[in-house]
Each structure stands twice: as C-alpha cells, then as structure tokens.
Design a binder for this molecule. Structure first.
Ligand SMILES: [Zn+2]
Length: 507
C-alpha cells in the first residue's frame, strides 16, 4: 500500500528498540561537578515505577518484558529487577502492557451554538478510564474571528486548566479568509500542525462553504496547508449529492430521521473522497480522511495516487448498521456520515485488518439522550455524533482482537502508533520504547464486562453501546508516568494534562 510505504519510509531509523536495556538517563556528558550541582537543586529524585511480568505489545511485536519508568519517561525495557529507588512495583502478570491509546478526533467542549455537555475535564476523564491517554480535539471558533494562533492560545490555556489527558488541537477552518490562511505557519510554531475542513455544508458554521460551490477557497486552504507543512483532516461528504437526496425525500414527505441513511447516500462519501484526493494531488496537500464509512470509499482511497492519503474510521461503523434508524431510539445513532449496511461493516473491518484504514477515532460528541432524541429533528436539522471515547477500545478489542479480526499488534498500530505517526508525536507517544513518554495501559484480555450507562464518565451519561457484552478491559492507565486510572477510578488531577508539542509533516 502506498500509505504503509509512506509511513515506514518516514519512520526510517526510528523503529522501536525492543531490548534497549541500558540508557543514559540523566547527567550524560556532564562532569561530576555539574551533576552534584544538579543534585543540589533537585531535592527528590523523580518517582520510579517498575511494571513486571506483563506482555508488552507494540505495532512491531509482543514480548514478555519488564518496563521501568523514571519520572514521565520509559527508562528501561528488559528483564529488570526491582531497585531501592523504585517507588512502586506493579505486577502485570497475565496482563497486556499497551501504549496508551490516542484518539485523534474528538469534539470535547462546547462553543457558541454548539452545546455539547462535556468539557476538557469530563471528556478526558472518560478517555483515561477507557485506556486513552492522548486526545485530539477539533478546535472550533464559530464566530470565525479567531486567527489560528489565537485559537491555539485559547485552547492551550483551557487544557492547562482542565484536561486530565494529554491533548492536541486541529484548527477547524470555517472561514477561509486571507488572514486565517496566512496564519497557518503559526500553527507549526505552536506545535499544532493540522487543520480540519468540512466538504459538505456544516450546520451552524458561520461561513458555510460547501466544497462544490467554493473550489477556489478549498484550493487556497489546501495549497497554504501544503506550503506550511500542515496535515489536512477532511470531512468527506459531497454537498450536492446530499442536497439531491434530501430534495427527493422531502418531495416524498420523508423528512424524519428514519430516512437519515438515505439522505446521505454512499455516493456522497465516494464523490467527496474522489474530489479530496484530486485536490490533494493538485496542491501537494497531505490529507487525512476522517470517519470513512463505506466499502466504496475505502476502495477509492486505497487506489494508487500521487497524494499522501490517510484514512480514519469510527467505531459506529464497526459495531452498528443502518437498521438502527428504524428503531424507536434511532436518533441516538445519527452521525454524519450515517450508519451503513452490513456489507460496508465487513469492508471497514477488512480495511482495519489489511491497512487500507490507518486509524480509528471516536469522534466523541457529548450530547445527552434528551438532546439526541429531540422530536423536532429532521434530515436537514439534527445533532450528529455521540460520546464514545470510554468504550471505543474495549469494544474494538473485544470484537477485533478477541473476535479474531485483528492481531494484537494491529490493534496497537490502529489505536496508538499510527495516530502518533500521522500527527507528529512518534516516538514520543504511540509506542513502548526507551525515551518515550510513559503512556501505558495494563489490559486484561479476559475480563468480561457489560457496558452500562451508569459507568459512563462523559456528562452525556449514556452509551450507544449500553448492554453490549465485551471481553477485554483496561485495568490501570499511566499518563506520562503517573497512575491516572486504577481500580475503576480516575485519579488524575484536573489540569494535569498537557498540550502535546507536535512535529510538522516530515519533521
Ligand atoms: Zn468530528
């Protein structure tokens, strides 16, 4: 696959060093005098945690090894004995030791006219409980007045105040003004080298600019992103195909959400994917197609192309199908694009296994059941999306790994390593390697659970997967060396999460 080749080439010599047993932790190259001066300043050594007897998994393989963490970082991997400076020894016998999950696509906090009930605190709390230690948020300014660097500054302050997980921000382009577009290089300087753009008209956007009516604006954004070194996350649905389907359904009097799947047909996604790839080829932009849902779009994105194209899907397409819209609680499952057929579901699973899909992300949106079930909604006016961060990994592990559809290594690649690579965080995040951030999840592959609304930590207070029985569950989560979830409780403090400083494309 072109995509896989690109990733592997980019990795180059950065592959994981499995058994790097000794490493220079502090004071390398310093004289004894320098070191004693450092020690005089540092009162207490950083805490040291030893994880023993577990099976560590990366995208490269799995192996029974011990992992020592000093401070925020993995310091040793191998056969390790406890030492007196270990502040805690964790016995991981019978458990998997996984890199912390990275959910690259969420909408965690409200904005004017966009009244989701989560914020960075409740959203990231649900992430940690589900084995996710790093969260990408689509930064939105519905007033259209904030320049890219101003938006990052605003979100950064909120992350420092509220977040429990580490975070990164994609600047959402709702207003492709010259001032916004010429501010793209500032996103590189701010360590946030990615933007998001919607091809269909987005409900609530201040400057709706569907792709097909605004080719020049899209081209301007893609060109500027390519020249600045930003990756472009693209919501690929074609506005014109949707308009035609909606008009036909409206003429027939079918405007309730029972007709939701028909109102956004497969062709809307396929046409948009074709256009996005064509524009990426023409402008040199690197694109990341979010929440791809259909067999045909996966096939289209996998075709040989001169463009760099990454593909994300989201959990709903793996676990649910369009028959849900006929049920009484159908509006709970409304997302854009909609749920699809069982054939599409099989194709998404196949893409997850064979590499034509690169990542899975929750697209978490914290609506309450009351908001989602509002009877006034129609096929042109609805709330899309649902909260899903907390149960995304257990659902995927249960049906994917335990269901025999994904290897352990592929699970880690889809949920941690690839998002880290694509969004400029590898190998600091997304793997288990000496020198990497100690973002680690201890996972019990055999634990059986039923997903229950009362366990959901998002302020939404429910799960679209409630009642599902899963096998495989996170037992303990570390974020940068700190135990932030254990015995069913999130222990991280509000504001202990950080904005991750990311590298630009190719950096
Ligand atoms: Zn989204």
């Amino acid at each position: 696959m072109f995509r896989q080749k690109t990733i592997n080439a980019r990795l180059g010599a950065g592959l994981v060093l499995w058994l790097a047993v000794s490493v220079c932790l502090t004071g390398c190259g310093q004289t004894a005098d320098d070191q004693s001066a450092d020690q005089a300043v540092e009162a207490a050594p950083p805490p040291s945690i030893l994880i023993r007897n577990g099976t560590a998994v990366t995208s490269e393989g799995h192996q029974d090894v011990d992992i020592r963490i000093i401070g925020e970082t993995i310091s040793e991997i191998g056969e390790l004995a406890p030492v007196p400076s270990d502040t805690r020894v964790i016995d991981a016998k019978g458990l998997l030791v996984l890199p912390g999950g990275i959910d690259a696509h969420t909408h965690l906090r409200a904005a004017e006219g966009f009244d989701v009930v989560d914020d960075y605190e409740t959203g990231t709390r649900s992430a940690l409980a589900g084995g996710i230690t790093t969260v990408g948020h689509m930064g939105v300014d519905l007033s259209g007045s904030l320049l890219p660097s101003q938006l990052i500054e605003q979100e950064s302050a909120l992350i420092n105040a509220e977040a429990l997980a580490d975070m990164f921000i994609h600047y959402t382009v709702f207003n492709p003004s010259d001032a916004v577009v010429s501010g793209f290089p500032e996103l590189i300087a701010a360590g946030q080298p990615s933007i998001k753009i919607f091809m269909p008209h987005q409900v609530g956007a201040p400057f709706p600019f569907p792709y097909d009516d605004n080719l020049a604006d899209f081209e301007k954004v893609f060109l500027a992103a390519a020249s600045a070194g930003l990756r472009v996350a693209v919501h690929a649905e074609d506005a014109d195909v949707i308009r035609t389907a909606v008009a036909r359904l409206t003429d027939a009097g079918n405007t309730t959400l029972e007709s939701y799947a028909e109102s956004r047909p497969v062709q809307a996604e396929v046409t948009a994917v074709e256009h996005a790839i064509e524009m990426a080829e023409r402008t040199g932009a690197s694109i990341y197609l979010v929440h791809i849902s259909t067999a045909e779009a996966i096939e289209t994105a996998a075709q040989d192309s001169d463009a760099e194209v990454f593909v994300e899907t989201r959990p709903i397409y793996l676990h649910l199908d369009e028959s849900r819209y006929a049920a009484a609680d159908g509006p709970l499952y409304v997302s854009a694009p909609p749920l699809r057929t069982l054939e599409d579901q099989d194709a998404v699973w196949a893409g997850m296994a064979n590499g034509t899909i690169d990542t899975i992300a929750s697209d978490h949106l914290g609506w309450t059941p009351e908001q989602k079930m509002d009877p006034e909604q129609t096929i042109t006016s609805f709330l899309a999306g649902s909260n899903n961060m907390q149960v995304m990994l257990p659902m995927l592990f249960s049906e994917g790994v335990n269901g025999g559809r994904l290897s352990l290594e592929r699970f880690v690649e889809l949920t941690a390593t690839n998002p880290a690579r694509i969004f400029g965080m590898y190998p600091m995040k997304g793997t288990l390697a000496v020198g990497s951030d100690a973002d680690i999840v201890l996972w019990d592959a055999d634990e059986e659970r039923t997903i229950r609304n009362e366990d959901i930590l998002s302020n939404s207070g429910f799960s679209i997967h409630a009642g599902a029985e899963v096998t495989g569950w996170p037992v303990l989560t570390l974020r940068r060396g700190e135990v932030v979830y254990e015995e069913g409780k999130v222990t991280a403090e509000r504001g202990s999460g950080r904005l991750v400083a990311r590298k630009p494309i190719g950096g």
